[in-house]
Design a protein around this ligand. Structure first.
Ligand SMILES: [Zn+2]
Length: 411
């Protein structure tokens, strides 16, 4: 009996010991069965201030049983802070708790925005002072960083030349933006003052030279006649073209060595002279045509009616003063004339046109002659005008950016 009772006691002790051991094991190793996991293992890059950010999917299981409703996110991500961040999660059961960190790196890949103050290309005369207007730079992360812009290139205003000024800005994440500006330093004209009073006493270009200029074309009927005459005499001229006439004529002008320059697309005074924006939209249109047909952008132009026209007063006060400055600032050269053939209204008689021209020619100055290749009488007068010039020892040249021929500005 005694033995039996003793045996029972042992069994109870063993059972209790086993239970205690199991409880101990449970507390020691039981949390191994609590699993808090996410699929994003390594560091995940997220874009600065993105609106698409989604928190990671995190799962919690205990002994294979889903406990995800017990998950708590302990902090938020700060998308407005560049750099590495952890998001912490924890999952709790009655007895156990697990934590994980999900690693993020908030990165800025957006380059700063930079804007030029003033024009992209501009022209000044030798000896004039050049003050760079600079740029503004703003960054999505750093804000206004205009003061950190690195400027390279110095304009030497003492001699002719072209300088490229480079502006570079780098944000705190190393994103870079670059802009360029071209400054051309040009010799101040020697032939008369920059704005002479106009009229035939004004010198334009080199003495003893005739610069034939034809406006408002091309024209399918008369431009070829004029080109034939120029070819026959081996003489080059300048054509200030519009959107009129066949493309082939502009190509022919260019291929035969003449200067193809810009007049405006529409030649509509009411439109082009009512605002600077209209003027530029119109000029850019004809500029695109010339570039398309010749492969070259022309920087030579003539204002419809000349810079001295007063008709523009009807549309906007001061527009010619404004445009004259703007075209030069942008690197264009504009040309008026000091001899008018009168072909646009004064006369329709080729003999009269011839006399108008030859009686105004002067050997002691340059002669820029205004004609229109859309006029029949001009196509009839041109041969004898060239002949007179050659017989009297004049040279014929195309206009180039170093010729200055400016009338006075009246508006
Ligand atoms: Zn015109």
């Amino acid at each position: 009996m005694k033995k039996k009772r003793l045996k029972k006691k042992y069994i109870i002790i063993v059972i209790v010991a086993v239970i205690l051991l199991l409880v101990l094991l449970f507390f020691l190793f039981g949390d191994n069965f609590l699993k808090l996991e996410t699929k994003s293992k390594k560091t995940t890059e997220v874009e600065y201030a993105t609106k698409d950010f989604k928190y990671p999917k995190v799962t919690c299981k205990y002994l294979g049983i889903d406990k995800s409703k017990n998950i708590k996110r302990l902090n938020n991500i700060d998308l407005k802070k560049v750099g590495k961040q952890d998001i912490k999660y924890s999952c709790k059961t009655l007895t156990f708790k697990k934590d994980i960190k999900v690693k993020y790196d908030v990165v800025d890949k957006v380059a700063p925005e930079m804007k030029l103050k003033g024009d992209k290309s501009l022209t000044i005369y030798v000896g004039e002072k050049y003050v760079d207007k600079g740029v503004t730079a703003t960054d999505n992360v750093d804000g206004d960083i205009s003061k950190k812009v690195v400027v390279e290139g110095t304009v030497n205003t003492k001699k002719e030349g072209k300088t490229e000024i480079t502006y570079t800005i780098t944000d705190s994440s190393g994103n870079k933006t670059t802009l360029k500006r071209t400054v051309t330093v040009k010799k101040r004209p020697v032939n008369g003052p920059r704005y002479s009073g106009g009229g035939s006493s004004m010198g334009c270009g080199e003495a003893g030279v005739i610069y034939l200029t034809f406006d408002d074309g091309p024209n399918g009927l008369y431009t070829p006649v004029i080109l034939d005459a120029l070819k026959k005499h081996g003489v080059k001229a300048t054509f200030f073209v519009t959107m009129a006439g066949p493309d082939s004529m502009i190509k022919r002008e260019y291929n035969e060595g003449h200067a193809v320059a810009l007049h405006t697309a529409s030649h509509d005074y009411g439109y082009i002279y009512s605002s600077s924006a209209n003027y530029w939209a119109d000029l850019n249109k004809v500029s695109a045509r010339v570039e398309r047909l010749t492969g070259k952008k022309s920087m030579l132009m003539r204002f419809p009616g000349g810079v001295s026209n007063t008709i523009s007063r009807h549309y906007k006060n001061g527009i010619m003063s404004q445009l004259a400055k703007e075209v030069e600032d942008k690197g264009y050269t504009y040309f008026d004339w000091n001899i008018s053939s009168g072909d646009a209204g004064g006369t329709t008689d080729p003999n009269q046109e011839y006399r108008n021209v030859v009686n105004s020619l002067s050997k002691s100055r340059g002669n820029v002659i205004l004609m229109h290749d859309i006029k029949k009488h001009t196509s009839l007068a041109i041969d004898s005008i060239i002949k007179y010039g050659k017989d009297n020892g004049y040279q014929f040249k195309v206009l180039t950016s170093d010729v200055i021929c400016h009338q006075g500005i009246n508006n």
